[in-house]
Design a protein around this ligand. Structure first.
Ligand SMILES: [Cu+2]
Length: 350
């Protein structure tokens, strides 16, 4: 009998040990809300992410700026002073995001999570002369920076064995990011007004959005694997009379422990993002990013990453690079080139 108790105590400890001391007990750093905590535990995290976009495509084929102004209709052509075709083409976009997160588990069943962000976005454009030709007029860059939206969610432990674990996620995204950012542009008439910037340059959705998800993870002696579905549902228009498209994401990863404190990971992520419903009456320009119907995108990303547990076991470091292997855009839209995430997580020792 005492042997049995000793064995079950050992099992409990080894399962608890997986949650804390193996590098692969957390998913690749690009996955949000991938793990739960035990009662009383808390964790702080800092992530820095960078995403780079370059060039345009429609569907799965690339389009040059000249292709775009010759073939793509301006959604606002019926309005006064608006050209028939698009005349401004975005060519490059960089987004940097700093994310600060906290997790706390009031019980073994529920882990609370909050995460806020600071964003910096830059977009380079090319403006063609008014009319129908392909004469280039000039270039300009728009830039925004500031607080992004803030997510507050609860992770519910649905089941856990010694190896496997399931949890569900339910949360809200709070509109702490500004969605009325302005900057100077260059129009095809060669004037430089300051206007409200198109949707991709805004820092937040402007609306309260619903977050839901389901995560599974498992491991063996040296391997770890898991899967996560996560959606952001825009349930209500914001005060500017639109809502961004819903986002759905399915991620599957596998990892291998190359040392007791280091694991390497591979990940595949399918992402689907919908078009914008409604529109902001102040966002109107002969550029694809101002058109609510040019935002739907589907993408399959491949990721490579590593997790380290630092010599002080309370700290973990994660790095992940993702590259699209396929993308289909209701375009023209800018295509994603790569994304990089670096994160540090800290849990005080109990
Ligand atoms: Cu955590």
């Amino acid at each position: 009998m005492s042997k049995l108790i000793a064995l079950s105590v050992f099992c409990l400890c080894s399962s608890a040990a997986w949650a804390n001391t193996r590098p692969d007990s957390h998913a690749p750093i690009g996955v949000m809300g991938d793990h739960v905590h035990k009662k009383g535990e808390w964790m702080m995290s800092f992530r820095t992410m960078r995403m780079s976009m370059h060039g345009n495509r429609n569907g799965t084929s690339s389009l040059s700026p000249e292709d775009i102004v010759q073939t793509q209709k301006n959604a606002f052509a019926a309005m006064p002073m608006q050209p028939a075709n698009l005349r401004v083409v975005p060519r490059k976009m960089n987004m940097e995001m700093q994310m600060l997160g906290a997790m706390y588990a009031p019980t073994d069943r529920v882990t609370l999570m909050a995460m806020t962000s600071y964003k910096n976005t830059e977009m380079d454009h090319l403006t063609f002369m008014g009319g129908m030709g392909v004469q280039r007029l000039g270039t300009f860059t728009t830039e925004t920076s500031g607080l992004g939206d803030t997510q507050v969610s609860a992770l519910f432990q649905l089941g856990s064995g010694i190896d496997a674990s399931w949890h569900g996620t339910l949360g809200v995204s709070l509109p702490t990011g500004d969605n009325e950012e302005i900057d100077e542009i260059l129009t095809p008439m060669n004037i430089r007004p300051t206007v409200r910037l198109p949707y991709p340059m805004q820092l937040g959705s402007g609306s309260f959005d619903l977050i839901s998800g389901l995560t599974y993870s498992n491991h063996s002696a040296k391997l770890g694997w898991g899967s996560q579905w996560r959606s952001v549902l825009r349930v209500k228009d914001n005060s500017d009379n639109y809502r961004l498209g819903d986002e759905h994401q399915l991620s599957t990863w596998g990892s291998y422990m190359v040392a007791p404190s280091v694991s390497l990971s591979g990940r595949l992520t399918y992402m689907h993002k919908g078009n914008i419903r409604g529109k902001d009456a102040l966002i109107m320009a002969p550029v694809q990013t101002a058109d609510p119907n040019r935002h739907k995108r589907q993408r399959l990303d491949a990721g490579m990453g590593a997790n380290w547990i630092l010599s002080n076991e309370n700290y973990r470091l994660g790095l992940e690079l993702t590259v699209p292997v396929w993308q289909r855009l209701s375009g023209p839209q800018m295509e994603t080139d790569w994304g990089l995430s670096l994160g540090l997580q800290w849990s005080p020792s109990s």
